[in-house]
Design a binder for this molecule. Sequence first.
Ligand code: FES
Length: 87
Amino acid sequence: MIKKFVLPEKEQENLKEGEGKIIDIDGEKVGAYKDKDGKIYTVSSKCAHLGCELIWNNLDKTWDCPCHGSRYDYTGKMIYGPTVKDL
Ligand code: FES
């Protein structure tokens, strides 16, 4: 099951529509993306394979892992392995 997070109100406002970024919430890093309609999606920023920090890919609107190439959509659903799990 994909873990969800609640962003502090200030972070929700600071996030621009169409933007994705890593946000620190009380020491925990969270990936956050706001779509064109203002809906916010949050995911764990740690890859489900071996835990590397994910990077936002603004072109494809995906969370990509720089370590071994796993990719997730903005909802945290796995697109490509080697991971076999969602975020
Ligand atoms: S740690 Fe992300 S693909 Fe291996």
